[in-house]
Ligand binder design. Sequence first.
Ligand SMILES: Nc1ncnc2c1ncn2[C@@H]1O[C@H](COP(=O)(O)OP(=O)(O)OP(=O)(O)O)[C@@H](O)[C@H]1O
Ligand SMILES: [Mg+2]
Length: 226
Amino acid sequence: MKPILTVQHIAKTYNMRDGIVYALNDVSFNIQKGDFVSITGPSGSGKTTLLLTLSGLIRPTSGEILFENQNLVNASDKELAEFRKKHVGFVMQNFSLIPYMTAIQNVMIPLGLNGKTSSEQKTLSSAVLEMVGLENRQNHFPRELSAGQQQRVAIARALVNKPTIIFADEPTGNLDPSLSTEILEFLQTINKDLNITIMMVTHSPQAADYGNVKIKLIDGKINNKN
Ligand SMILES: Nc1ncnc2c1ncn2[C@@H]1O[C@H](COP(=O)(O)OP(=O)(O)OP(=O)(O)O)[C@@H](O)[C@H]1O
Ligand SMILES: [Mg+2]
């Protein structure tokens, strides 16, 4: 089967006053549609940089990234923005909800960017909030929700555009163990039932075990030896 994502020899360097930092250094791997990929590694090993690069938010310094047949390295800014709108959902550790918008308004944001009418936005967002079990919390502001509920709103927002792939950067990093399990089970359901590919960064070995593919980074390089 042709991979959904082909990553070949990518590097990302930053020129700093005291020398060049290799955030990613010759990273290569393939991901199949429907994979649940966990990415682990020490702080500073390049995990966030990898997610940002694969989601088209930053460009690698060198190397190739193919998403299906689209070359993300040569793509124009406009093509990358289209790629993100169409294919990518992003979930972060701190939920990154807009504080002055209600749960449903937060979920509606990507639909507005995709040109859906406001009644379409409401219907679709409401359905996804129901899927994550928050049908009774649609009009709550983030501060009126628990941490686990806030993360579920963030997942609903990542899901509402029916993305091909969800990138999650430490989605359980700010949650206690039982809420972490709830979010991980939920990501697993999305992965299995909707066949959405997931790439998740985590510090937790238990969370990493949810992945059928495991990538370990050390100093910007893949290190899959134990
Ligand atoms: N914009 C930037 N400018 C300069 N250096 C950067 C920049 N972004 C990241 N780096 C460096 O690249 C390396 C990888 O950073 P990255 O954020 O990807 O690590 P990480 O594995 O996500 O770490 P953490 O677990 O702490 O989130 C680090 O050494 C970091 O200092
Ligand atoms: Mg990080």
